[in-house]
Structure formats: C-alpha cells, structure tokens
Design a protein around this ligand. Sequence first.
Ligand code: LMR
Length: 342
Amino acid sequence: MFRKKPILAISSLLILTLSLVGCGGKPAATTEKEVKPIIVKFAHVVTPDTPKGQAALKFKELAEQKTNGKVIVEVYPSSQLYGDKEELEAAQSGNVQIIAPSVTKLVGLNPKFQYTDLPFLFPNNEAVYKFFASDEMKGLMNSLDKYNLQGLAVWPNGFKQFTNNKRPLVTPEDFKGLKFRTQAGKVLEAQFKALGAGSATIAFGETYAALQQGTVDGQENTYNNIDTQKYQEIQKYLTVSNHGRLDYMIIVNKDFWSGLAPDIRKALDDSMAEATKFSVEQAELLDKKSMDNLKKSGKIQFTELTPAQLGVFQETMKPVYAQFESVLSKELIDAAIKAGKK
Ligand code: LMR
C-alpha cells in the first residue's frame, strides 16, 4: 500500500518528462493558436440506412465541409447514446446537441404533436409536406422554446402499416384481443381501442424483443422501419393501411444553438436546409425500396385492402377525431385536413 505511492510518483514524472521532451528533445509545439473544434453530438434511434440515418450523415458531411472542420458532428444511431425516453432530457440539458424524435414522442412537451396520429389524416406525402410548411407547424416548433429546445426542421419518414404475428388483418374485427406496441401518447392508445385492440408504449430500441417475446402481438410502422429493424423475422402479417404518419422534428439545445458564432450558425443552418431536402428524397426512395424488400423476403404476408375495406377502417377509427379535438384544437386539425385538399 505505502510502497505504491513512490512508484506511482516516479512513473508520473517519467510520463510528464517524456511528453514535455516530445520529438527532438524540445517541448511539444504549443497549440495556442489551434482552436478546438466544436463537437455537435447528434443522437437518434434508427439504423443508418433509414431516411433519418442518411440525412443525419448528410448533415454531418455538409456541416464539417461548410465550417472547414471547425464543427465536428458525431452521429450516434440505433439508440447507442440515448433511447426514446432519455434523448429529450439529454437535449434539454445539453448532453447532446441534436436529436430527431418522431413528433409523436414530443407529446409530453406539447400534446398537440399527436396531430400526426389521427387516423387517415393525410392522403399523401404532398399533403404532409404542405402541413410541414404551415403556420401551425411553426407554432408547434415554437412551443418547444420554453424547454430550452429549438425545432429546426421536419424530416419525413412515411406512412405506417400494421404488422402482427397472429392473423391477417383484413377487417377491424381481426384486431380484437390483440396487443400492439405504440410509440407514445393517448391518440395511438385510442386508435387501437377503437379497433378493439390493446396497446402498450414501448421504446423503439426494445420493440424487437417485445415482439419476439410476445409481450405484444403487433406494431405499426413505416416500411423502412419494419425492414431495417427486421420485424419480418418475427412478424408474419402486414396490412397495407397507410393509416398514420411517422415524421421527425429536428431539435437542438437552444442555449447551444443561440450561442454559436454567426458564421458557424449560418453554415449549420444552411447544412440543415440541404439535409432536409435530402431527407425528403431519401424518405420516398427508401419507403419504396423497403416495401420491395419486405415483399421479396417472402417472410411477411402482405394484405392489400380494397377501397371498401379501407373505408370500414376509416369509419371505425373516425371517433378518435372528436375524442381529441379539445386537446389538438379544431384549428390544427382543420389546417391538416386542408393541406390534403387540392
Ligand atoms: C418508433 O418509435 O417507432 C419511431 O419513432 C422510430 C423512429 O425514430 O423512426
């Protein structure tokens, strides 16, 4: 015990001397003029081969290029750094600078973000993009300010489809007695209740195991998330329903963002604008690619609904609108519906 100390002291001295001497016996070059890069941590929960994963990497490439390396973006995919629950707190406290949760997961900060879960709200991608550009979306973004968060952009993923392990889901009756995984919030819970099914909120990173172990029978997600999470290995049936949306709010820690020097901030804003355009292309491309992959895999049986069968689902799930009108506001719902009209 006592002997260790002098040995430690000698070895520390040696290390110090060696590092001071450096090459050529001179002290290591001083680094006064070297400015340390600003490290921007960008954490998300999906794999790199998703629209969000690809757009995050694009943002990294652009941000480092446009700032000549003054900014280094470290992207952490697949819940490596934080999962669903932790990433919001980490962004608020500044432990991570950028996150990109699905808008549903912001329900705890503002329940209006659940607009995205109203069944059959948007008829197509164009309606969704129109809503992204609306004043209502600006209002939703601004509502994050008081949490020391700032919404920078919205990135799309796609429309959700139902999968499960018990039977093909052709009519609402087929949902009875089944339990589905949801991302968060009461709207999704009400949606499954309207179908006679149960639900449980489970973090994205834990969903594969929950499906495999039978904690839940099914889930709803985009083709690309189903494909990249390999749910086809543990889910037998997929119903093409396009009943809900999955899109992301890109969120930064507000103190961090507003504390950046103007030239750096501009470079990052420009990079985000370009990455956002890229995210739209990727979302459309990968949605189609994953749908084809899933079909080709032969592991998951596709059920395509006729317009009449889809109409039955729409009618069954319609009561969810009235149930949440006071939470979401009529103005917000109307604006989203209007985005879908020509
Ligand atoms: C989910 O939890 O299903 C999604 O929000 C995951 C994601 O980020 O796409």
